[in-house]
Write a new protein. Structure first.
Length: 113
């Protein structure tokens, strides 16, 4: 299973970005799709996930980020609005298939004026 993430970049505080992550390979059924992030000098932090029709978010992004998926394309999205400098991190997508985690390569998001 391969995951290809895209959509990161530099944005000013208050701005928006949309991350995408497409899964490919031997995929029979993806149980969960989501995102983690890792800021410089910090541990990797879970951000959001989508499973079936349910979504979950870490408290710091609730109301600002929206996770969604396109099952036909095995793709997960993260719409990030009202971005803050503390959202600066490398964002990693992941999927869970048959209780196994697979990770993407990460995409850098920098929020700065």
């Amino acid at each position: 299973v391969q995951l290809q993430a895209s959509g990161g970049g530099l944005v000013q505080p208050g701005g928006s970005l949309r991350l995408s992550c497409a899964a490919s390979g031997s995929i029979f059924s993806i149980n969960v799709m989501g995102w983690y992030r890792q800021a410089p000098g910090k541990q990797r932090e879970w951000v959001a996930s989508v499973s079936g029709g349910s979504t979950l978010y870490t408290d710091s992004v609730k109301g600002r980020f929206t996770v969604s998926r396109d099952n036909a394309k095995n793709t997960v999205f993260l719409q990030m609005n009202s971005l803050k400098p503390e959202d600066t991190a490398v964002y990693y997508c992941y999927v869970i298939i048959m209780a196994t985690h697979y990770w993407g390569q990460g995409t850098q998001v920098t929020v700065s004026s």
